[in-house]
Design a protein around this ligand. Structure first.
Ligand code: DQA
Length: 149
């Protein structure tokens, strides 16, 4: 069976393309989804690409990934910097996690420098816009047990 990677997007990421394009770029979330699906096919993976503005929904989806998915790529948006609930869900799911951000969060306001998600992530990619998701998928695929692609 082809392994599934959950790609999770948090609040306001549905606004990509129109939201502060000078910070987040002109690509829409659906452009990023398309790029991820192409890369996943190359890697012999399937992606389940989701976005929610609601913390509890993100927690539910992380819980459901346990046993169903092979790993998680997550851009938790602003919840990155605030959500112990998302951190706890990521720790409980016992899956490899790669954190991604479009912008370089370390170049921005001090409140964006701390990430709860990082405590549960094998690594973090930031500052490469939508291409960061493709890089994150590549990184995650190398953490998975070898499978017939
Ligand atoms: C973000 C960075 C966060 O600080 C911000 O709240 C976002 C997007 C990024 O992808 O650069 O919503 O996660």
């Amino acid at each position: 069976m082809t392994p599934t990677v959950l790609i999770l997007n948090g609040p306001n990421l549905n606004m990509l393309g129109v939201r502060q394009p000078e910070v987040y770029g002109r690509e829409s979330l659906s452009d990023i989804e398309t790029a991820c699906k192409l890369e996943a096919a190359r890697l012999g993976l399937v992606v389940d690409f989701r976005q929610s503005n609601h913390e509890g929904v993100l927690v539910d989806w992380i819980q459901e990934a346990r046993g169903r998915c092979a790993g998680i790529v997550v851009n938790a948006g602003a919840y990155t910097h605030t959500s112990v609930a998302i951190l706890d869900a990521l720790l409980a799911c016992e899956l490899p996690v790669v954190e991604v951000h479009l912008s370089n969060i370390h170049q921005r306001e001090a409140f964006r420098h701390h990430s709860y998600v990082s405590k549960a992530a094998r690594g973090m990619i930031c500052g490469f816009g939508g291409h960061g998701y493709v890089l994150a998928l590549d990184a995650l695929s190398r953490l998975l047990p070898k499978h017939e692609g």
